[in-house]
Design a protein. Structure first.
Length: 285
């Protein structure tokens, strides 16, 4: 064999090895590889967005078994910081970024994946069915401490809310409390699920949660100029129910690879059906 032939054979062999490596690593083609080598991304942040991320992860991994999507909560502030500092591939938030976060993480790109409403929830045995925004504000700033002050029975109000990392708390503070201080008696939880569980077990409790957290509790209507507006999808999408907001997934720069494919899946027809299935509002038809 001549030197020229040996060189050509070596080139072909190296090229074959390189192609095999790229295929194994999932770098060839537009979808995750079905090879034994897993691709992984991390998604963290808002517990409001968490049900969407989890259900989408399940459906995506069923279709692409080689993909590994690790999803966790922690609150909107956690998600923003994690994606901004590069410790997560995708962050989740139920509020917009604060000016200092925009300045600190200028590369963050927002992806509007769904809409949501904040519901006031009470124990199913509570006789109160509606509150005005002033009544809700009075409960959460400590003005009202007994349910009989807002049309209910003689029972102490147990005020339940989110911790300081929560985007839901931030939105609730701005819209309902008008940035007044929360009552010092408020019991704080780091997730929507924690509030839901507390209220479902406590007859005097009131809490606020996203749309997907109503099992075992009663959602209150809002009294708007004497009319009870229920937190139904029709009222929320029609802008009749006022406490609503967008939900975002965040990336540091435009996403690529598995992060891009996962976000594209959430915005697809199937992904937006998943959004609706967990009681949130799709943003794509």
């Amino acid at each position: 064999m001549t030197g020229k032939s040996l060189s050509g054979a070596t080139t072909v062999a190296v090229a074959g090895i390189l192609v095999a490596f790229l295929v194994a690593a999932g770098c060839v083609g537009g979808q995750p590889s079905d090879s034994s080598v897993s691709q992984q991304i991390t998604v963290t942040g808002s517990t409001t967005v968490l049900p969407i991320a989890e259900k989408a992860r399940e459906a995506f991994e069923d279709e692409y078994p080689s993909a590994g999507i690790m999803v966790s909560g922690g609150g909107s502030s956690v998600g923003i910081k994690a994606v901004g500092e590069g410790t997560a591939d995708i962050g989740m938030t139920s509020r917009d970024l604060k000016p200092e976060e925009v300045a600190g993480y200028p590369g963050i790109v927002r992806h509007h994946v769904a809409d949501d409403a904040i519901l006031l929830i009470v124990h199913p045995e509570n006789t109160v069915d509606r509150l005005t925004l002033d009544g809700a504000r009075g409960i959460y700033n400590g003005t009202y401490t007994n349910w009989n002050q807002v049309g209910g029975s003689d029972r102490q109000i147990v005020v339940v809310g989110r911790d300081s990392a929560s985007g839901t708390r931030e939105f609730f503070s701005e819209y309902v409390l008008e940035k007044e201080d929360f009552t010092k008696t408020q019991e704080e939880f780091n997730s929507n699920g924690g509030i839901q569980q507390k209220v479902s077990r406590t007859p005097g409790a009131i809490g606020y949660v996203g749309l997907g957290y109503t099992e075992g509790v009663k959602a209150l209507s809002l009294d708007i100029d004497g009319t009870a507006v229920e937190p139904t999808l029709e009222n929320i999408t029609g802008k009749n129910y006022p406490i609503s907001r967008p939900l975002f997934m965040l990336t540091n720069g435009e996403p690529d690879g598995l992060a891009r494919q996962y976000l594209d899946f959430i915005m697809s027809t199937e992904g937006q059906q998943i959004v609706a299935s967990v009681d949130y509002i799709p943003v794509q038809g």
